[in-house]
Design a protein around this ligand. Structure first.
Ligand code: PAF
Length: 286
């Protein structure tokens, strides 16, 4: 496995790989890898001959009061996991390597970035779309794989790639869960034991919404179902419950009549957990 701390080193890797007639897949990460990341790597290996994983905790997507300083990091462990997974190269730049000498250019997808999590975390998706563009330009992959857990992030990236004619394919990979349903996330390690115990409430709320959807409910009653399940987790502070059009993320009203995505953001102590599930309406009969 080739370790590339510089842009030049990873570009060289891509150039050689292409010269050898092979395609390149990219899995962008912020490190502290778990099985969810490794499943993205496995998806990338099915789509491309050689997989590059980037590990970079991107400061520009963290707000001033967010957890940049305490974001968990363990590069040695990450590299061992990726080696065992058969990854061909790891791009692991410093902040200076990524942004040193940079001016004030950025990439923004205004509509999708300003709603939902974007409204709660101003500037977050601008940081994501800018660093992802940089990663695409540096690594020049044929395909890039992102987790569906970060549903809005995936929507922003897909839109950006379409709008700007970026020459690669974006693949979404399903959320990987712990046995009790908690979506895997690098942030889970920051949960206090009592919070960890209650955190599967997000998954239970999503399953309840999926079941309720079968009886053709209104969006309001779905919202109530979700909130009542979350209310059973006494330590949870619900930041947002959104039921949106699964394709456009537009708000929905009235009776559920099309595929919707339920997006949850719930805080336990200092840890913000997000989760999502696409739910289908009841089958219409003529
Ligand atoms: O999903 C993440 O880990 C990050 O937002 C990403 C896509 C690696 C950009 O920093």
């Amino acid at each position: 496995m080739r370790i590339c701390p510089t842009k030049q080193a990873v570009r060289e890797f891509t150039r050689e790989t292409r010269q050898g007639g092979h395609s390149v897949g990219l899995v962008p990460t912020m490190g502290y890898l778990h099985d969810g990341h490794l499943s993205l790597v496995r998806t990338a290996k099915q789509r491309a001959d050689k997989v590059v994983v980037s590990i970079f905790v991107n400061p520009t997507q963290f707000g001033p009061n967010e957890d940049l300083a305490t974001y968990p990091r363990d590069p040695d462990r990450d590299l061992a996991l990726l080696e065992a997974e058969g990854v061909a190269a790891v791009f692991i730049p410093s902040v200076d390597e990524m942004y040193g000498g940079a001016g004030d250019s950025f990439v923004e997808v205004p509509g999708l970035s300003g709603v939902l999590q974007g409204a709660l975390r101003p500037g977050h998706f601008r940081g994501v779309s800018t660093v992802v563009t940089k990663l695409f330009n540096i690594v020049q992959p044929d395909v890039a794989v992102f987790g569906e857990k970060d549903y809005q992030q995936l929507a922003v990236i897909r839109q950006m790639v379409r709008d700007l004619d970026m020459p690669l394919e974006i693949v979404g990979a399903p959320t990987v869960r712990e046995d009790d349903g908690l979506a895997m996330s690098s942030r889970n390690v920051g949960l206090a034991p009592e919070d960890r115990e209650q955190a599967p409430a997000l998954f239970r709320a999503l399953v309840a919404a999926e079941e309720a959807a079968r009886s053709g409910p209104s969006i309001d009653s779905l919202n109530e179902t979700i909130r009542s399940v979350l209310a059973q987790a006494s330590r949870a502070k619900v930041e947002s419950v959104d039921i949106r059009d699964a394709g456009t993320l537009a708000p929905l009203e009235g009776i559920l009549q099309r595929d919707a995505v339920v997006l949850l953001a719930v805080r336990f102590g200092g840890v913000l957990l997000i989760d999502q599930r696409v739910i289908a309406p009841a089958l219409m009969t003529a």
